[in-house]
Design a protein. Structure first.
Lengths: 137, 200
């Protein structure tokens, strides 16, 4: 079960966040920004303190009520997927979201790189994808 | 040219585009992603160089016109050598099927006659390949990126001897948010000529 998707640009700024499950506790928009920045920093630290380098940095953050999966692209964009604790992995969903990002964000001439994503077509396709994934279990 | 002289031994390689036979190109396909990036660049060029939305659509349509006028030559050579359509409906269905299939890999979704005016015809595409990834921001909602396709159609009509004023409109529906309609308003000489043919 996928609860939310966040996209963080390579400088640590939050450029997209969307919740998909009703009735969950929400953060304020400012807290989202802080969380994205903090995660970005922690991620950088985890990749540096690894005894064996190079390291990809943190990939999963696990608690008893939720999991955060982090998928970092080669260009430094991070996709955070917040899910149920029962979710085993998100290899397929994160790649699909990346695909949508490449198609509907990067190929859109009206989008400025590194800026917040406000694109209806991307929104609609992400919603559709998440509905599909959550329905499939 | 420089490519082929640099690698003379690679006979298995496909020859450079200028050396290929014109008629053997039916299955030539271009990457959608490469095209999408090129079109995105054309759009931002048009945005930068124009003063308003109408001006921008004019620029896009001019780009399309340059494509269309060359493309017509090639497609007539490939698909129907020695034939020329003289009737309006034949030309329209030529655009609707042959041109669309070669450009976008599918037939256009609708070809209709305007209900209000006799001289108007419309071709609609539910999901045009070239604008598949483009979401126009709200402050520019009148802009239709299909103006490029409109330009192509205008050039083809001009080249066939059927001058018309062509415009592109977004006719989004819930099912097809990217649906685009190309509206063709024909010159009255065209309709007169068609009537003369009919009388014969």
């Amino acid at each position: 079960m996928l609860h939310a998707i966040l996209i963080i640009n390579k400088a640590g700024g939050l450029i997209y966040n969307r919740d998909f499950t009703e009735g969950l506790a929400k953060l304020t928009s400012n807290e989202y920004l802080v969380m994205a920045g903090t995660f970005h920093g922690v991620h950088a630290i985890t990749s540096r303190i690894s005894p064996v380098s190079p390291s990809s940095g943190m990939e999963v953050l696990e608690t008893d009520t939720f999991k955060i999966f982090c998928f970092q692209t080669l260009t430094g964009v991070k996709f955070l997927l917040i899910t149920d604790p029962s979710q085993a992995n998100v290899d397929v969903p994160s790649r699909r979201v990346y695909e949508l990002y490449a198609d509907f964000v990067m190929k859109n001439p009206f989008y400025n790189p590194e800026m917040p994503i406000r694109i209806d077509l991307f929104d609609a396709n992400v919603q559709k994808l998440v509905r599909q994934l959550n329905a499939a279990g | 040219m420089s490519q082929s002289t640099a690698r003379p031994s690679s006979s298995l390689r496909r020859p450079a585009i200028l050396e290929r036979n014109l008629s053997k190109g039916r299955s030539n396909e271009v990457s959608v992603a490469a095209y999408a990036f090129l079109f995105a660049e054309m759009l931002s060029y048009a945005t930068k160089k124009s003063s308003g939305i109408q001006d921008m659509e004019k620029k896009l349509s001019d780009f399309g016109y340059r494509v269309g006028i060359r493309f017509l030559e090639l497609i007539v050579f490939r698909e129907r050598p020695g034939r020329r359509d003289t009737r309006l409906l034949n030309v329209l269905s030529f655009i609707h099927s042959t041109i669309w299939k070669t450009l976008f890999g599918k037939v256009a979704d609708a070809l209709e006659k305007g209900t209000e005016n006799e001289d108007e015809y419309m071709i609609s595409d539910n999901e045009p390949n070239i604008t598949k990834f483009i979401a126009v921001p709200r402050e520019m909602s009148q802009l239709s990126c299909g103006a490029f396709i409109g330009g192509v159609v205008e050039a083809v009509l001009d080249g066939c001897g059927f001058p018309a004023r062509v415009s592109a409109h977004s006719t989004a529906t819930d099912q097809f948010p990217l649906r685009t309609t190309i509206l063709m308003k024909f010159d009255k000489t065209v309709l007169q000529r068609d009537k003369t043919f009919e009388a014969r």
